[in-house]
Design a binder for this molecule. Structure first.
Ligand code: SF4
Length: 152
């Protein structure tokens, strides 16, 4: 039997707080319409990938595990590993990171203005610090790889 995680309660609380931030973001009266075109998930084409705080990475890793996977699918085309190559849909859409929710493509209305969401970013950073994170230094693939290891 694996040893109990001494940080389990800390992680549980962090996950709940990050999910609350996602819900608050969704409730903000900012007109945006993501139609799942997934163009923003093509990192090699866009030259950009979301960077995750530790709390976001834990949520993404758990959501990936909930699909029955133990590791991230590998993508040879430079797209996000969470983009299912068979369905071209995000494997963790309901639990996608903050950057995926706010850095919309032009067709969806463009990125959120930082001033509108900076208070939520600060809360994500505070949670990251509490978890001993690295200030969202890592892009999604590395961040989720670390979180998958941390929640084995
Ligand atoms: S996590 Fe999902 S929404 Fe975000 S870039 Fe990856 S596939 Fe796209």
């Amino acid at each position: 039997m694996p040893a109990a995680d001494p940080d389990a309660a800390l992680k549980r609380n962090a996950i709940a707080e990050v999910k609350k931030i996602y819900a608050e973001l969704a409730a903000m009266p900012i007109e945006r319409s993501c139609t799942l075109r997934t163009e923003c998930c093509q990192f090699r084409l866009t030259g950009k990938a979301p960077h995750l705080t530790r709390g976001e990475a834990l949520i993404a890793a758990r959501a990936l595990r909930a699909t029955g996977r133990k590791a991230q699918p590998s993508r040879a085309d430079g797209a996000c590993p969470m983009l299912d190559p068979f369905t071209s849909r995000c494997l963790i859409y309901e639990n996608r990171p903050f950057g995926c929710r706010t850095h919309f493509c032009a067709a969806a209305g463009g990125p959120y203005a930082r001033k509108d969401v900076v208070h939520l970013i600060h809360r994500l950073q505070e949670i990251d610090e509490r978890l001993g994170g690295d200030g969202a230094a890592n892009p999604i693939e590395d961040a989720v790889a670390g979180a998958l290891q941390a929640c084995q």
